[in-house]
Write a protein that binds this ligand. Sequence first.
Ligand code: F6P
Length: 325
Amino acid sequence: MMEIKKVGLITSGGDAPGMNACLRFLIKGLIDRGITVYGIKRGYKGLVEKNYSILTKRDAGGIIQKGGTILGTARFPEFKNKEILEIAVRNLEELNIDLLFVIGGEGSMKGAYALHERGVKIIAIPASIDNDIYGTDESIGTDTALNAIVRSIDVIKDTASAHDRAFIIEVMGHTSGFLALYSSIAVGAEAVFIPEYDTDVDEVVRRLNQRFDEGRTNSIIVVAEGKASGYDIKQLMQEKGVKYELRVTVLGHLQRGGAPTFRDRKLSFDFATYAMELMGKGIHGVMVAKQKGNITHINLKDVITNKKHLEKRILKIVETLKWED
Ligand code: F6P
């Protein structure tokens, strides 16, 4: 087995709270193993543009509680281009990087797999608020984002009640309804619209009007951005004769920053330490994962060729959200 002397760390795609915690555990752990650690700046873009430097333990100090990523990140669709990918491979060879740790979301896993196919040794770590990466039940950042959504909707409920209004809250998630579905459970929403399910708008309006007639002072409808915009749902409900006065709140990037929760810091610790164990065993071409409570790993090829689905048991909730009382 080849001895690992130099590694690269990269955060890519949308940032996720906990990326810094993960970097902290990796930087300290790797330096303790006598390994030289390169920090690649601004994702795959920095790899192509030779934007990197050696990290020290000082770089890992004071970052565990910070959202974002000290390495920076970027959307870099150009990485799909074969010539651009070749530049990245050459730069890694020139630096004599033995192994690359990629921390990122679904798109970053595709980039990681492309590098792996070109012979680069990769260990990937799932980090995305969307929690849409196949093969892992949890991704770094999702729990913090969910907490941010729940806190925001709790706040909105106060003003909604004061004005007898219904609020439509649009949340992130890319093409996944995970954030919308799980937050709707935690706030006791009256309805949720997600890409994975066809919510019956007529039924929602009928039930909201029933609530209005009963004098219920607020109603909450959560919409996943991947399904529709909050404003589209508002228009649709107005056309269908909803009695509540409606307001729309798009939570946007307020969902993606802030101090990571305990759960996300612990997940970062579990993923980082397990990734270093894999490195020690000479395993690469994989993504670390959490499955049924256990930390494990899965081939990158499986990650990028499969689509993650929402848990059926939870999906059923869409039909039963809070109507009976
Ligand atoms: O992937 C994370 C995410 O926040 C998605 O939920 C959202 O669709 C997207 O990133 C927004 O990306 P950007 O910050 O590049 O606009």
